[in-house]
Write a protein that binds this ligand. Structure first.
Ligand code: SF4
Ligand code: SF4
Ligand code: FES
Length: 325
């Protein structure tokens, strides 16, 4: 086997020990390493040869345990799965920070309790279904098609990279987070779960609609779980069981109806569809500001030419989402 030539790899590593430091700093290290070297291996080399106080979490070194997630050159990812070569080619250096959206305990180690607490809040376990009791002393088998409905969610290793990347977590502490919602989806489509309908009703007012649909969680996930797509499925299923029951779902339903009826958005109508009259009073100052800037919004838009074609598309696509209770 041909040995890969080593390259010079400059690292800047976030350091903070609250028992000693007044503020965080970045320590610089330069290592000579082959480009395929994982970032985690480089950090372990720093710790064993240069600074034994460098603190980080890791275990399997094989992208299985999920404990080495950190922010590498501004992206949340697994350190054991990220080779240094492409990072150096793209950024010229490797800057390492602890995961975002969680309090920093020391150096690259964060407090994961908020992440797990939000996950637990969604009851991530099978709720017995009185109509289909588990067979006593035997497995409760599923068909391959039923298992396929989980999509990629069983691959999740609970690394928290999606949670670190999520702007909704950053802006609203009540948002459950992408991993928790992807796991919730896994139980909602499980035919053995007795709480599917209640889960969907509850999540409508427990943060589901705070998701901004930015897909950063899907981009960050090292296991291809695609949490943002599962959140989209949860939204569709929640609307299917309860209709537009609060702002987020009313806005989504109104948007869809607008396009079906006219082929384009009627923004004034959408506001009326989203808020009740009392809530609209609270939106009045902003509404007036918008109306001053964009008076054309006050005119009712006519249906576009060929709106029937849009309506035919709706008929084709309007079927309940797969796995709906
Ligand atoms: S798509 Fe939603 S859950 Fe995913 S990162 Fe964006 S806001 Fe967070
Ligand atoms: S969904 Fe992906 S990024 Fe999020 S915790 Fe699971 S494996 Fe990690
Ligand atoms: S050390 Fe286990 S996932 Fe990286």
């Amino acid at each position: 086997m041909v040995e890969e030539a080593s390259v010079s790899a400059p690292f800047e590593v976030y350091r903070f020990d609250p028992s000693r430091d007044k503020s965080p700093r970045y320590d610089k290290f330069t290592l000579e390493l082959p480009p395929h070297t994982p970032v985690l291996t480089a950090l372990l080399k720093v710790r064993s040869e240069m600074d034994p106080s460098l603190t980080m979490r890791y275990s399997c070194r094989s992208a299985i345990c999920g404990s080495c997630a950190m922010v590498i050159n501004s992206k949340s990812r697994l350190a054991c799965q990220t080779p240094i070569g492409p990072e150096l080619a793209r950024h010229g250096r490797i800057v390492i920070d602890p995961m975002r959206n969680q309090p920093i305990l020391r150096d690259l180690v964060v407090e994961t309790a908020p992440f797990w607490n939000r996950y637990r809040r969604l009851e991530p376990h099978l709720i017995p279904d009185p109509e289909h009791p588990m067979p006593e002393g035997r497995e409760n088998p599923m068909t391959p098609e039923q298992v396929d409905r989980f999509h990629e969610t069983p691959r999740c290793i609970a690394c928290g990279a999606c949670y670190s990347a999520c702007p909704a977590v950053e802006s609203d502490p009540s948002f459950p987070g992408p991993m928790a919602l992807a796991k919730l989806y896994r139980f909602v489509v499980d035919p053995r779960d007795g709480g599917r309908r209640e889960r969907l009703v509850k999540i409508q007012t427990d943060g589901l609609w705070l998701c901004l649909r930015c897909h950063l969680c899907t981009e960050a996930c090292p296991k291809g779980v695609r949490p943002s797509e599962r959140i989209r499925d949860l939204k569709e299923m929640a609307i299917a069981v309860q209709g537009g029951s609060e702002h987020g779902s009313r806005h989504a339903v109104g948007f869809k109806d607008n396009i079906r009826d006219a082929g384009q958005l009627n923004e004034m109508k959408l506001v009326r569809q989203t808020y009740n009259p009392l809530e609209m009073l609270g939106q009045l100052p902003q509404g007036l500001r918008i109306a001053r800037k964009k008076p054309e919004l006050l005119k009712k838009p006519h249906p576009i030419e060929g709106v029937e074609e849009v309506q035919k598309l709706y008929e084709l696509l309007d079927k309940p989402p797969e796995g709906s209770p």
